[in-house]
Write a protein that binds this ligand. Structure first.
Ligand code: FUB
Length: 312
């Protein structure tokens, strides 16, 4: 018994530290998670930027503000309000919507990457992660009309800074794109390229790229995760370089109750978590989504174990 009690309490403590899979992190509708650990932030260190589904009409993804949540421990999340709105970007069309956001930290500055209106990506900058963002360029970072290879729908930016300091931005619907960022984090460095994924078949209507690209590195392997479409599974592919080419490996999250599926992966202190959204709250649905978190586990061969997502 003397041996069992500490073992049991350790097991319970470990359980208590794990976010509950299938549980919305907030009572307000939100979607398109962009989670970060910002060690230099005052107070809470975990930051989660989101599309603000609570402020849309419920008939479309037509909110014009983004939402921020912060946490000290990944268990309890505080609604930190609106970090910025589409109006920060003066070049945005009056009807432009605020979709899946991204953020990054470098050299004391916080950068916010914003798909604006489905055809442009803006970048804003601030000295703090919870507000004070201003347009960093005064024109779009990516613009469908201006940039060769931007694709039909340059949305869902995901920024990855590699160990050597090189930053990459992934984005795009139907065709995944990648472009290097200059060290200033607000300029493209070189051409926009297609992310090549071997093992996806043009004839397989299910195993294809749809949207929600995301890059993370684990044990020297680069993992490219994405949604396969509408409805979509979250699939993953791996490579030895952030530019690929990638090889398709499998499913991370199966189809959910809604047409969109959108993930992001956060590794901290030796643990990995996948953030996703689903219809989890009363009144929830395709335009009224909720972010949840699940532990992410790897096999010995570096494969990602499919996440058993609990229905809401
Ligand atoms: O929230 C609007 C759109 O829904 C996002 O851009 C997509 O990734 C999908 O989640």
């Amino acid at each position: 018994f003397a041996v069992l009690v500490p073992t049991l309490s350790l097991a319970l403590a470990a359980q208590a530290a794990a976010p509950e899979t299938g549980r919305a992190i907030a009572s307000r509708f939100n979607a398109d998670p962009s989670p970060h650990f910002f060690p230099a932030a005052k107070g809470d260190k975990f930051y989660l930027y989101a599309t603000d589904d609570a402020s849309n009409t419920g008939k479309y993804w037509d909110s014009v503000t983004w939402r921020l949540y912060t946490s000290p421990d990944m268990k309890t999340w505080r609604d930190a309000g609106v970090p910025l709105a589409v109006t920060v970007f003066k070049w945005a069309r009056p009807d432009a919507k605020a979709w899946a956001p991204e953020a990054a930290y470098r050299n004391g500055k916080y950068y916010f990457y914003a798909p604006v209106g489905g055809d442009k990506i803006g970048v804003a900058v601030s000295d703090r992660p919870d507000g004070g963002f201003v347009d960093a360029r005064k024109d779009p970072l990516v613009d469908r009309e201006r940039d060769v290879n931007a694709g039909d729908e340059p949305i869902d930016p995901a920024v990855f800074i590699d160990k050597d300091g090189q930053a990459y931005m992934y984005f795009g619907t139907r065709v995944p794109k990648v472009v290097k960022l200059k060290p200033d984090m607000i300029s493209l460095d070189g051409p926009i390229r297609i992310v090549k994924i071997d093992g996806l078949s043009a004839s397989d209507t299910k195993k294809k790229y749809g949207e929600a690209p995301f890059m993370h590195e684990h044990n020297g392997v680069y993992y490219f995760t994405f949604s396969s479409g509408w409805p979509g599974q979250i699939l993953y592919a791996t490579a030895s370089s952030p530019m690929g080419p990638f090889t398709y490996r499998g499913v991370v999250i199966d189809y959910l109750k809604i047409s969109t599926n959108h993930q992001a992966i956060l590794e901290h202190d030796g643990k990995s978590w996948v953030f996703y959204h689903d219809a989890l709250l009363p009144g929830g649905g395709g335009y009224r989504r909720s972010i949840a978190i699940a532990p992410l586990e790897y096999g010995a061969d570096g494969s990602i174990r499919q996440v058993a997502v609990k229905p809401g």
